[in-house]
Structures are given as C-alpha cells and as structure tokens.
Design a protein around this ligand. Structure first.
Ligand code: GFB
Length: 311
C-alpha cells in the first residue's frame, strides 16, 4: 500500500474503523475516503456499487458490521446474519466488480468452532459446530472471508482477512444489554454503587485486545506483499470473566459487590486465538490488559464528560 493510495474505510465511525483511521493518519496516509451511514447504506447493493464506481478507491478496509455482545447476538441471530452478510457481500463483491485491487476484511474469532483446539489456529475454520449464541454473526463473517479467498484465487485480487479476538478501547458501545462484556463491566462498575449484577458463572475464558493494537495489525497486514488469506489477531493474554470483573472493579476504584446471575449464558467456554502466524511475520501487540483497562476507563470517563459516549 502506498502513501498516496486512496483508501476506503467502511465503518469509520465505529470503534474499529475510527482506530484504523487514526492509525492511517498517524502513519501519513492522507487520502482516506469515508461515508457515514446516512451517506451510504452498506445494505444497499446498488448504492455500494455506485459508490465504488464513482470513488475508485485503490484499497478498501471493511470494518463496518453490526456488532454486539452475547446478549445482543443471542437475541437477534437473524438480524446479525442478514445485516453482516449483506455488508460483507456488498462491500467485497462490488469492490471486485469496480476494480478495487486490494481489500482487507475484518471478522472475529467467533468464526471458529465452539470446541476448537486452544489456542485456535486458522486451520480450525469449519472443522465442527459453531457457538449457538453468535452463529448468525459467525456465518456472515465466514462468508465474507471466503468471498475474499475465492476472488483472490479466481481473479488474482489481493483480498484478505484478519480475525481479531474480543476488542475494547475508545468509542466502544457501553450499552448494558447489548454491549460486549468489557465495556459493559466498565459502565456497570462506574454507575452501580452497591451491587453489580454480572452474567453467567464467570468461568468463561476470554482474550482481550486493545483496538489500537488491532489497527496496527491492519496496517501491518496491508503492507505485506503476499499476506495469508486469513490471520488471527490477539493479545495472547487470557482471563476468566471473574478475573476480568476484579480487574475492572480495581481500575474503576469501585467497592461494589459482584453478584453472578447464572441464568444468563456463559457462551463459548474458552476463546484464545493462536497468533503464531501474524507474529512469525513480524507483528506483535503493544498494550497489555492492565494498561489498556486504565486507558479505557479514562476514555469512558472523557466520553461521558463530553456527552459522546455510545450507550
Ligand atoms: O463480550 P461478550 O458479551 O461476548 O462476553 P462473547 C460474554 C461473556 O462475558 C460471557 C460474560 O461469558 C458472559 O456470561 N458476562 C458477564 C457478560 N457479565 C456480562 C455482562 O454484563 N455483559 C456481557 N455482555 N457479558 C461475542 C460474540 O461473544 O464476542 C460476538 O457474541 C463477537 O459475535 C464478540 O464475536 C467478539 O465473547 O461471548
């Protein structure tokens, strides 16, 4: 990717897209093209086709998606499948039709089977059943990465994908019902003074990656001349949800009591991705969970203060 390339970042207002735009600006890429949801509906194939034909980007980064935590996903698998499938198909297929030479598609490690070997290698894809709570989202992301793979093989286009583990950072969604666990816990500990109700048993194991580390992985992957079709991106740092809760409690300075609600789902028992492929090529994360939590509690407070927090 050259500094003069015209780069379309789909989903630039989301946590991931905005981190990628920050990283691109910092690295001196000035020709970034963005469209708000109002300006371009990614669910509309005709609008997306017309956009690519008119704008002719050299590179596209697909960071747009309907995302949410276990609550949002398990309550609306149909919507998560439909919208994410449409976004993936429209943005990838129409890019190819319009002659976009390079494209990076972002997914999630929930594409891997529920009982995948740990840490999960890229080769675990489609080897057994998916986790039911986010099956719709996972199926859409699998379609997207496969479309990239097929277009690369059949048309020689440099379309490839990254699968990040659970992300967090500035601009996250702090909605208590629909958000991911880490931002939701920050909000709960910041706003509930006596008791904090948490979901499940606390035994599920997750890996968390700061979104600025994902953005650095995106720029790294885009600089590779012959990137693998699919690479995992993770921090390698695992915690139980119980340990995460204690860490968030400490980072927020809360003294509230934690109450577990085991009627709520734990989801995938363990989700640690094998990042040996991307690390062997030279990328590594920079922000550990303790530091990342401190930064994110500070950005949450700043977002609340300025009225920009997403709830
Ligand atoms: O981030 P999260 O919602 O989703 O984390 P997944 C869910 C884990 O945190 C479960 C526990 O073990 C929950 O029982 N948990 C405890 C809570 N308290 C809370 C709470 O207040 N809110 C939430 N949300 N969880 C998502 C997928 O899976 O991961 C998406 O649904 C996507 O598709 C994303 O792949 C990265 O880690 O289970």
């Amino acid at each position: 990717m050259r500094k003069t390339d015209r780069i379309f970042v789909a989903g630039h207002r989301g946590m991931v897209g905005s981190a990628i735009c920050r990283a691109l600006a910092k690295a001196g890429y000035e020709n970034v093209v963005t469209r708000s949801h109002k300006e371009l509906d990614l669910l509309d194939p005709g609008a997306v086709r017309d956009f690519y034909v008119a704008e002719k980007p050299d590179v596209a980064v697909i960071a747009a998606a309907r995302v949410g935590g276990i609550g949002a996903n398990s309550a609306a698998n149909a919507k998560f499948l439909y919208e994410n499938e449409m976004i993936a198909m429209n943005t990838i297929w129409n890019a190819a039709e319009a002659g976009v030479k390079r494209l990076l598609f972002l997914g999630s490690t929930c594409i891997y089977p529920r009982m995948a070997p740990q840490p999960i290698p890229e080769s675990a894809l489609l080897t057994s059943e998916l986790e039911k709570t986010n099956e719709g989202y996972a199926l859409a992301k699998i379609s997207g990465l496969k479309l990239c793979e097929f277009l690369r093989r059949e048309r020689g286009l440099l379309y490839h994908s990254l699968m990040p583990t659970n992300l967090y950072g500035p601009g996250d969604n702090y909605d208590i019902v629909h958000g991911h666990v880490l931002p939701t816990l920050i909000r709960k500990f910041e706003t509930m003074k006596d008791a904090v109700p948490l979901w499940g048993t606390g035994s599920a194991i997750r890996e968390f990656l700061h979104v600025d580390d994902l953005a650095s992985a995106c720029l790294f992957a885009l600089a590779l001349e012959n990137p693998p079709d699919l690479m995992n991106v993770g921090s390698g740092e695992e915690v139980t949800i119980r340990e995460l809760a204690e860490a968030v409690k400490a980072a927020t300075g809360s003294s509230a009591k934690i109450e577990w609600d085991s009627s709520k789902p734990d989801g995938t028992p363990r989700k640690l991705c094998d990042t040996s492929l991307i690390r062997s090529l030279g990328w590594k994360p920079e922000i550990g969970l303790e530091q990342g939590l401190e930064m994110t509690v500070a950005s949450y407070r700043a977002e609340v203060e300025s009225g920009t927090v997403r709830l």
